[in-house]
Design a protein around this ligand. Structure first.
Ligand code: NDP
Length: 242
């Protein structure tokens, strides 16, 4: 008798927002979901709520060692990853200034280098799967830079360029998809350190119409397409966003 492996989806930044919603959506579709984030209490609670086929592993995407040990557990306990959702991110907006230099480093290390590191750490597992997906969460800011979002946009433009090269290198056994959302109601803007920008962006987000669950449904749609079809890129905005 042959046993079929339960497909395994690793989601970074699974403790809130789009990552938590994606974990729920993929779990619903039969994946074993592996929840990675730094806030262990949150991912433990989500894994407990989901029950079977959910594993929480504390990992910081800026710490390669923590990603390597997460990947070792995924390999030994679950037989390797079939999906990697590179979702972890921070959006520390504000006018360009040396006072925000720590924010710039953090955004580059989490949004860009964190995604690249997670992908290279899980690459062998994804290649061995034969039917794998990498989903990179970019942003409208990966297409259109605006005053006040320069370094955030730089990280997302970086994701877009890297993602396209990776897509060409890994096809067809690993599909690479870029998702570029507009405003989505999550806690993302609450971490902005520049006071005036924090107030203005949180006010904008308090009227957000698109939920994390809306984006999770799109991600679930993308990775459940038949293997002969690859959705390369999706740009999606709230219907009222210019
Ligand atoms: P949230 O703030 O709700 O989620 C961000 C997630 O990133 C958290 O789970 C957080 O987990 C994780 N994270 C942050 N730093 C690290 C780190 N060093 N290591 C591991 N995980 C980390 O925001 P969203 O859900 O909105 O954001 C998810 C992604 O979606 C981001 O890449 C964001 O840029 C992108 N996006 C969001 C949009 C929006 O309007 N909300 C629009 C376009 C793109 P923890 O703190 O527990 O580690």
């Amino acid at each position: 008798m042959t046993t079929t492996k339960t497909p395994v989806a690793v989601i970074t930044g699974a403790s809130s927002g789009i990552g938590a919603a994606t974990s729920r959506a993929l779990h619903e579709r039969g994946y074993h979901v592996v929840l990675l984030a730094r806030r262990t209490g949150r991912i433990d609670a989500l894994a407990a709520e989901l029950g079977d086929r959910a594993t929480a592993i504390s990992a910081d995407v800026t710490d390669r060692t923590s990603l390597v040990s997460a990947a070792e557990r995924v390999n030994s306990e679950l037989g390797g990853a079939d999906v990697l959702v590179n979702n972890a991110g921070v959006m520390l907006l504000g006018p360009f200034s040396s006072e925000q230099r720590d924010d710039y480093r953090q955004m580059i290390e989490v949004n860009l280098l964190g995604a690249i590191t997670a992908a290279e750490v899980f690459l062998d597992q994804l290649k061995s799967s034969g039917n794998a997906d990498i989903v990179n969460i970019s942003s409208v800011a990966g297409r259109t830079a605006r005053s006040g979002n320069g370094v955030y946009a730089a990280t997302k433009w970086g994701i877009n360029g890297w993602s396209e090269a990776l897509r060409q290198e890994l096809l067809p056994s690993v599909r690479v998809t870029l998702i570029e959302p507009g405003v989505v109601a999550t806690e993302l803007p609450t971490h902005i350190t520049h006071a005036d920008t924090n107030t203005a962006v949180n006010e904008l987000y308090s009227h957000a119409q698109v939920s994390a669950g809306d984006i999770a449904e799109v991600i679930a749609f993308v990775i459940t397409r038949p293997r002969h079809l690859a959705i390369n890129e999706i740009l999606l905005r709230p219907a009222g966003q210019a």
